[in-house]
Design a protein around this ligand. Structure first.
Ligand code: CDP
Length: 229
């Protein structure tokens, strides 16, 4: 069976990464969370005081962009890959609401996207990869053999993300999470470079009302069809 590229795009917190991780594990492919890369760049901006309130110092970020290296390291305990920023494990920090609040403006910057897209294309050059994000099927891998676009109703997505944050011991309210998701969806969909949109040849999945088991079954069938062709 030929190795393929699987691109999973969609709205914030609709379970893309759970889905992409399950698929990658089942078919023994590498999984890359491209959102984690933009989150890590945002953390770098926060750590280096590039933000004054909501204002981002673009000149400073441009000077540093080539020095920001994102990598993934397998965690034996969780069985998942952790995100590293210049070699340091930042998996926990990048999932905070503070980073969620800054990530979409950072990800809208053209030169940030260019740098991340380059790193992502490099990671996929041998295929056998599942990558999730916003522009994977449209910009990063426009020739991906399987493209999936995932969405769900905003309130359902907010509840899923809130449950995730609470499980990790973070404090957040349903309203704050919902507002953050809506704000990010808006910025992600309306930006000039690599906006969030469904590729014409992507399969659409609204998973508001379907079980994870049903979703996984559907996914494996899609994979079988795509890798056979
Ligand atoms: O997990 P969640 O859906 O909240 O978001 P994520 O996948 O971690 O992505 C965080 C943010 O990074 C998104 O809201 C986008 O602003 C940005 N992003 C992007 O611009 N392009 C990608 N390929 C992936 C993420």
């Amino acid at each position: 069976m030929n190795k393929i590229i699987i691109a999973v795009d969609g709205h914030s917190a609709c379970g893309k990464s759970t889905m992409a991780k399950y698929l990658a594990k089942s078919i023994k492919y590498n999984y890359i969370d491209s959102g984690a890369m933009y989150r890590a760049v945002s953390l770098y901006c926060l750590q280096n005081a590039f933000f004054q309130g909501d204002n981002l110092d673009l000149l400073a970020l441009r000077e540093h962009i080539d020095a920001i290296r994102i990598s993934f390291r397998f965690n034996e305990v969780t069985g998942r890959s952790d995100t590293c920023l210049n070699g340091e494990n930042v998996e926990k920090q990048i999932r905070s609401m503070e980073v969620a609040d800054k990530v979409s403006p950072v990800a809208a910057v053209g030169f940030v996207r260019e740098a991340m897209v380059r790193q992502q294309q490099e990671m996929g050059k041998n295929k056998g990869i599942v990558m999730d994000g916003r522009d994977i099927g449209t910009v990063v891998f426009p020739d991906a053999e399987l493209k999936i676009f995932v969405t769900a109703r905003p309130e359902i997505r907010a509840q899923r993300r809130l449950d995730e944050l609470i499980a990790k011991g973070e404090k957040a309210s349903f309203e704050a999470v919902l507002e953050n998701l809506k704000k990010r969806d808006f910025i992600d969909s309306t930006r000039k470079d690599g906006p969030l949109r469904k590729a014409a040849d992507a399969v659409l999945l609204d998973n508001s009302d379907i079980t994870i088991a049903a979703q996984n079954k559907w996914l494996m069938e899609l994979f079988r069809q795509a890798s056979a062709g």
